[in-house]
Design a protein around this ligand. Structure first.
Ligand SMILES: [Zn+2]
Length: 450
């Protein structure tokens, strides 16, 4: 099964015309809809049992989000699984740091714990999970000329899906993202690793050792967090290798990089729509749209028109020639968008990728940072420059710089800055560079002027 999946996936990316994509999606979508209408009590009342009459009918289906998913968990899944049981199982696994194994020997349970307490439980069939490594290989953007792949995989948590990767010419070694950085360096050298897979925040930690890997590392694959363009450029020049991303979430395998390093939507695995904040479709390249997906391959927990927190900006095609839509960049999470006021007192959003760019490009010694917004127009910015020391005036200059950038957009702000040592969460939560909680005003923390 694995190899045929690999070939099929390769074939789709290269050969599908736009028309083929639409036809393929239409068949898969209708098969899913008929299945869900029949097997899921929740969808039975929403979806037409005989399938869809048109794409317009599809776009008229209600949009689902994580709250709906969790509220109607028992009715949505097609296997009669109960949220209470699954939750107990997931929490127990989490507590014991035991990330292997299948629920009832059949299902992979994914737990995503949003910092807002918005927990999500995701179910995947074991059989599907075992095919995912082939999705990864077919769509990883790795070049066959770099075979054999000696991959170091830096994971926050280990999961069964990754344990099953086993293919000729590919060896995988795992380290936890909490592993001391000198040890990781040793692993890369001793195992002659040529492919590093890690979240961008972890790659940033390795930057101090970048010169020792030059010529050895062929590819860095980033995943799990948004990879800002500035980081990509910096990694490429300092490690002297290609840097590509894959974009996957508990909700699905959303996009993979081609040999040119462009992220393409996996049009044969998900139906992806982009909408603006009024819910209108966004189809033009260059304009941000919030991602709404239908996962075409997950039958256990059908996600049909599911709203992700991520916003995407598409671009016009890619030299590889694939008709799978190309992503220019992924914009942080919706709840991380910062809010400021202009001189008329109107509220204006600032997307995290813009703020990231301002901070990262200010000084190359900034290794990591965190921005906390506890009230509209007020930021607390934590900066970590280790192992480099910085001058006394460093923070003052950065603050002036940020205020100037904001002022160019007619935005005003109060900013406080601190030099700190930032550590990564020991559990499986993503490191959040942006925390926005403007509803809960914590006056003790904001408004400090330095
Ligand atoms: Zn491409």
């Amino acid at each position: 099964m694995g190899l045929s999946d690999y070939l099929k996936l390769k074939w789709h990316t290269r050969a599908f015309s736009e028309r083929d994509i639409r036809d393929y999606q239409w068949r898969e979508l209708n098969a899913l809809i008929r299945y869900a209408a029949q097997k899921s009590p929740y969808y039975a009342s929403i979806l037409p049992k005989e399938g869809l009459s048109s794409w317009d009918a599809y776009r008229a289906l209600p949009i689902m989000d994580k709250t709906t998913l969790m509220t109607h968990f028992d009715g949505i899944n097609t296997e009669g699984l109960k949220r209470d049981d699954i939750e107990r199982y997931a929490v127990e696994k989490e507590r014991n740091k035991d990330y292997l194994g299948y629920y009832q020997d059949r299902f992979v349970v994914g737990l995503s714990s949003g910092t807002s307490g918005n927990k999500g439980l995701f179910l995947t069939d074991k059989a599907l999970t075992q095919r995912l490594p082939f999705v990864f290989l077919a769509r990883s953007g790795l070049r066959l000329r770099d075979l054999p792949f000696r991959i170091l995989f830096c994971l926050r948590v280990f999961s069964q899906g990754f344990a099953d990767i086993n293919a000729p010419g590919v060896s995988l070694h795992y380290v936890a993202t909490m592993t001391p950085i000198d040890e990781v360096k040793r692993e890369i050298q001793e195992r002659r690793i040529n492919v590093l897979m890690a979240p961008p925040s972890f790659v940033r930690l390795l930057l101090v050792h970048a010169s020792s890997f030059k010529g050895q590392l062929k590819t860095i694959v980033c995943y799990a967090e948004v990879l800002p363009k500035e980081d990509k450029v910096r990694f490429e020049s300092q490690f002297g290798c290609r840097v590509i991303e894959i974009y996957q979430a508990s909700e699905g395998q959303i996009a993979s990089a081609c040999a040119h390093g462009t992220l393409h939507i996996n049009e044969d695995l998900v139906v992806a729509e982009l909408v603006d904040d009024l819910g209108h479709p966004v189809t033009q390249p260059g304009i941000p749209g919030q991602l709404i997906i239908t996962n075409l391959v997950n039958r256990v927990q059908p996600l049909i028109r599911y709203r992700m927190n991520d916003w995407l900006v598409l671009k016009d095609g890619c030299p590889c020639g694939s008709h799978f839509r190309a992503i220019d960049h992924v914009i942080g999470r919706q709840d991380d968008v910062m809010v400021f006021t202009n001189h008329l007192g109107q509220l204006r959003p600032v997307f995290p990728d813009l703020m990231s760019r301002w901070i990262i490009t200010f000084d190359a010694r900034i290794r990591e940072f965190k921005v906390i917004q506890a009230a509209i127009g007020e930021l607390r910015v934590l900066i970590d420059t280790q192992p480099h020391a910085v001058e006394d005036r460093f923070l003052g200059q950065l603050k002036r710089d940020l205020l100037k950038h904001l002022a160019e957009y007619d935005l005003r702000a109060k900013i406080s800055l601190e030099l700190v040592t930032l550590t990564y969460p020991a559990d499986n939560r993503k490191f959040k560079r942006f925390e926005v909680n403007t509803a809960k005003k914590e006056t003790s923390d904001v408004g400090k002027r330095d």
